[in-house]
Design a protein around this ligand. Sequence first.
Ligand SMILES: [Zn+2]
Ligand SMILES: [Zn+2]
Length: 126
Amino acid sequence: MSLRRLYRSIPKAKRICSYHRCQKPILRNIDQDKGGHIYHHGCLMAAQDERYKCLNCFALFDATEAALSDQFSDHIEVVCPHCGSINLRPWRPATNNILVTQASYDMIRNRHGLGSACLTIGEIKR
Ligand SMILES: [Zn+2]
Ligand SMILES: [Zn+2]
């Protein structure tokens, strides 16, 4: 399926990138997220990579799922899509902090013995 049809179906004036850091007309490299919002391809990649945690309702979401608003300031701000809060914090998965489920803990223990499971896994999440 081609995204080229978007150039025809959306008038140029409305063909604005949905990424809150961009908001520029899309003349080439148009792309679309699962919600049907349009982006420059590079902006969509960046938006999917840009994660937020809401400090009000603790939802996690990325910039493609975020609501945008300009009612709090003179520039577009990211708003929690669940509760409408602007009290957000950029969120990165803690890659060096291994979260292990009970199932994979049992698997490692059965395979390598309890001692090595304890050495391998710093923290068990039940
Ligand atoms: Zn863009
Ligand atoms: Zn929220």
